[in-house]
Design a binder for this molecule. Structure first.
Ligand SMILES: [Fe+2]
Length: 286
């Protein structure tokens, strides 16, 4: 087919306009839409060490809100409502509450919102690298303390139901804290089902010989941007190997990595929706 010069220019222009249009659409989607498309990830953890008394026990994990970086208190308010609708038995936050504690304008409303979160068996949290960064260590702890969250910094608690129990441990942040796995598990009963919170997922490889059954992490943000067939492009240090979802590290040790709620560095998410995770414990007969 022979095109006249005018037709050729017209088609070229239309083609370029289309390409730019799709690019702009994708860009707008990644900036304005997907970061707000909160998703719910569900996992069933069926394990012989889960006591019968904890059959159907519901643990909710949220991570990496990065308040102050394209994530505000209105969004947090919606998240709080959603989490409370889930009626979790136990609530876990795996770090990075605020993007930059040094510059974030802390308001009493932050505590008011976090305080509203309800879980009968407790609310626990660990430090992420952004919490320790920018002199945030004490400020973030103040906020979380006032909101009814208990910090697990290289320590553990026993979660009880009648005579049955399991261990919940938390590690200090690997990048900017002083992580001490021996301290976190010191005195814990190795026979009990043990869940460990660690902000950075990749260190799971170091814990294969520890009495830990499950590790819950965040930090990766799933890479924030993923491409079809290629997957994630960039992840932060210590989230290189384990980026999102479930990994069987050994036959007796599983890792779950949350893509988190907010964003950092760049305010985009593409094919990498924000998420919170719901874990349902099930006792497994052997
Ligand atoms: Fe983060």
């Amino acid at each position: 087919m022979n095109l006249t010069r005018r037709q050729f220019i017209k088609r070229m222009t239309a083609g370029i306009a289309g390409f730019v249009g799709i690019g702009a659409l994708g860009y707008s989607y990644a900036w304005y839409i997907e970061p707000r498309l909160l998703s719910r990830q569900t996992y069933v953890i069926e394990h012989p060490k889960v006591p019968r008394a904890f059959h159907n026990f519901k643990i909710l994990q949220f991570s990496d809100t990065h308040l102050g970086f394209h994530y505000d208190l209105e969004q947090l308010e919606k998240l709080v409502r959603k989490i409370n609708e889930e009626k979790p038995d136990l609530l876990l936050f795996t770090g990075d509450l605020v993007d930059e504690p040094q510059t974030y304008p802390f308001s009493p409303r932050l505590v008011d919102e976090l305080k509203k979160l309800h879980a009968p068996n407790g609310k626990y949290w660990i430090y992420g690298n952004h919490d320790h960064g920018g002199y945030g260590t004490e400020k973030i702890q103040q906020v979380m303390d006032s909101s009814g969250f208990q910090l697990l910094q290289n320590e553990h608690r026993t979660i009880k139901n009648g005579d049955s129990s399991f261990t919940l441990a938390g590690l200090d942040d690997v990048m900017l804290g002083k992580p001490d796995i021996a301290g976190a598990l010191y005195g814990a009963d190795e026979e009990l089902f043990t869940l460990l919170m660690v902000h950075e997922p990749d260190v799971a490889d170091r814990f294969t010989d520890k009495a830990v059954d499950i590790q819950l992490s965040g930090h990766s943000h799933g890479g924030q941007v993923q491409l079809p067939l290629i997957g994630h492009l960039v992840t932060p240090p210590y989230a290189d190997k384990y980026v999102e979802g479930h990994y069987s590290i050994t036959e007796t040790f599983d890792l779950y990595v949350s893509r988190g709620i907010g964003t950092t560095r760049l305010p985009y998410r593409f094919l990498c929706r924000p998420e919170y995770s719901v874990f349902q414990l099930k006792h497994k007969d052997i």
